[in-house]
Structure formats: C-alpha cells, structure tokens
Design a protein around this ligand. Structure first.
Ligand code: HEM
Length: 236
C-alpha cells in the first residue's frame, strides 16, 4: 500500500471553503425561513414559524439574513483581492471544460456510481473513464454554479436591501426577489449533491479529509485526478 501524501489545498483555501460552507448553510436555512407563502416554500410552513421563534421575530430574522449575507460577501471580496492570482487560477480551472472528455466522464461516472461496472458492461460500454484534472467535470460544474449563483445572489440581495432605503419603485425589488429565490433553489440542489459526494460517498473520503489536512494519498490522486497527478509528479 502506498502511503505517500500529495499537497492539494493550502490553509487559506481550506479556511475560506469552510467559512463559505457555514455561511451558505446558515443563509439557506434563514432564507427558507423568510418564505412565508407555504405554497412556494419547499419545506412547508412549519420552517418559517420555527425560524421566527428562534430569532424572536420576522424582522430580526430578515436582518440577520441580510447582515450575514453582506458579511459573507465582504469577506469573500477581501479574500479575492488578497489572493487575486490564486482566485483567478481557481476560476480558470473550474471554467475550463474539455467537452468531449468531460461529457463522456459525466455519463460514464454517473452510470458507474448509480448502476455499477456490471451494468456498464451490459450496456456495451467499457469501464474505462476519461482521466480528470485537479477537479473532475462534476466538481467544475458545481463550482461554476456556485460562482454564478453567488454573484447573482449578492447583486439581487443588495438591490432588495437598498430598495428598502432609497428606491421608490417596487419593481427592482420584486424582480430581485424572484431571481434571488430561483438562484438559491438552484444552488441548494447543487449543494445537496456536493455534500453527498464530498462528505457521504466513501469513494471521495480522501478528498473530504484533504479539506482539513490539505493532502490526499498518491493512489487517490492517480485514480481520481490522473491529469493533475501527472502534472504534480512531473514537477521538480
Ligand atoms: C457540509 C458541507 C460541505 C462539505 C462536506 C464540503 C466538502 C468539500 C470537499 C471535501 C471539497 C474538496 C474536493 C476535492 O478536493 O476534490 C470541496 C470543494 C468545494 N466546495 Fe465544498 N463542502 C461543503 C459545503 C460547501 C458549500 C456550502 C459550498 C458553497 C456553495 C461549497 C463549495 C465548494 C467548491 C466551489 C469546491 C471546489 C469544487 C468542488 O470540489 O466541487 N462547499 N467541498
């Protein structure tokens, strides 16, 4: 058994990821508590009642949601400015897809995860899966979703916030509310898959541990992120 570890995440990336995770989870839970119309609240009417009970009133709940959202966006902006090159490298990595390789990876990996290798063979497919880079295609699509949804959530959130102070027309806030709701729903769907893949799936357990330790076993890197592994291996 090969026990050699390979560096994957530095401390800054680990801290900002967990800060981000806590804020998103908190904002999702309090945001769901703000949807008083039970017909469009995916968790029903009991959740807003519970949240209002915990925070004392609907007004406190909305204020906490706004200020945590603004705090999250401000910390993120500072992180991007301080680590500008690393942030650009992250964006370049997650927004670079290789259509042929990544489309085949998405189809085959999903069949493999849900039905297994035997089913793949029965369908006439080989069990060979195209090699992936630092992030696999699924992780890249999730990361793209969080970047785009995060930006839209901040912009629409700020429009709703300032509309209560300076804007006379209710139209920008009404549009922002709808878009904010749709984006949060989309991000939540992606997040459930991300949390399942990262924290529950046994296959990705080394990646989960690396979000604390910063390193993954060499075997895991070779097997799951072969293109990245080759790059690292060839570096002096
Ligand atoms: C309990 C919650 C979460 C867990 C257990 C978790 C776990 C992880 C792990 C283990 C990785 C590293 C994957 C790798 O090295 O290959 C990762 C990456 C990442 N996480 Fe999370 N995460 C959580 C919540 C979140 C939240 C709330 C967001 C923000 C929306 C987020 C955004 C990301 C992004 C953008 C990446 C890089 C791309 C990717 O690996 O998908 N995570 N997460």
């Amino acid at each position: 058994m090969n026990n050699k570890m390979i560096h994957r995440h530095d401390k800054g990336a680990i801290y900002i990821h967990w800060f981000n995770a806590l804020c998103w989870i908190f904002l999702t839970l309090t945001g769901l508590g703000l949807i008083s119309n039970e017909h469009i609240n995916p968790v029903g009417a009991w959740w807003p009642d519970l949240m209002r009970g915990i925070f004392g009133s609907a007004e406190t709940l909305i204020n906490v949601h706004i200020y945590v959202g603004l705090f999250w966006a401000a910390v993120f902006l500072i992180y991007i400015l301080v680590r500008f090159r690393d942030s650009l490298a992250f964006l370049k990595e997650v927004f670079t897809l290789s259509p042929a390789r990544d489309a085949v990876w998405m189809v085959k990996r999903n069949i493999q995860l849900t039905l297994g290798n035997r089913a793949m063979k029965k369908m006439g497919m080989t069990t060979e899966i195209p090699p992936q880079g630092f992030y696999n295609a699924g992780q890249k699509i999730f990361a793209q979703l969080t970047v785009i949804a995060g930006l839209i959530l901040v912009v629409t959130g700020i429009i709703m916030f300032i509309s209560t102070i300076i804007l006379d027309s209710p139209t920008p806030a009404a549009w922002s509310r709808t878009i904010h709701y749709l984006m949060a729903g989309l991000a939540l769907a992606g997040l459930l898959v991300h949390i399942y893949m990262a924290a529950i799936s046994r296959d990705e357990r080394p990646a989960f541990k690396s979000m604390f330790s910063g390193a993954v076993p060499e075997d895991y890197a070779r097997h799951h992120h072969e293109l990245w592994y080759q790059e690292v291996k060839n570096k002096p």
